[in-house]
Ligand binder design. Structure first.
Ligand SMILES: C=C(N)C(=O)O
Length: 126
């Protein structure tokens, strides 16, 4: 059965979605943008900073469900500008050093709130 995951350690949704959902096994996070849990938008920060905040939000949501970044199976990274790929990737590596999950990284352009990056993951407790 679908269950909503919610934590105050990640920013509230900026639209009509939940921070994450689970069926008790798989966890699907919403795309996390570089916004602090207090609601401060880091859209003017460099892409490395935006990437780290997005991944900190992912981490907090997973922790709410008792999972860690090691439990992530798949990541999708949406970039406003694919030219930011290398900078994003360098910051990203800090969170996934060994046995990194599968990942897709694409230029989406015009991300919500004018941010440079949005990151969503699928994780599993199994
Ligand atoms: C930021 C989002 N994840 C959204 O608007 O769907």
């Amino acid at each position: 059965m679908k269950r909503i995951i919610s934590t105050q350690d990640a920013p509230e949704a900026v639209g009509a979605y939940s921070q994450a959902t689970t069926n008790g096994d798989m966890v699907f996070t919403a795309g996390q943008i570089p916004m602090t849990p207090d609601g401060d938008l880091l859209d003017d920060e460099e892409i490395a900073v935006q990437t780290r905040q997005s991944l900190e939000n992912v981490k907090a949501i997973l922790e709410e469900e008792g999972l860690t970044m090691q439990d992530v199976l798949k990541v999708t990274v949406f970039l406003d500008d694919i030219e930011d790929f290398d900078e994003m990737n360098d910051a990203y590596k800090e969170y996934f050093q060994d046995n990194p999950p599968a990942r897709s990284a694409v230029e989406a352009g015009n991300l919500p709130k004018g941010v440079g990056v949005e990151i969503e993951v699928i994780a599993s407790s199994e």
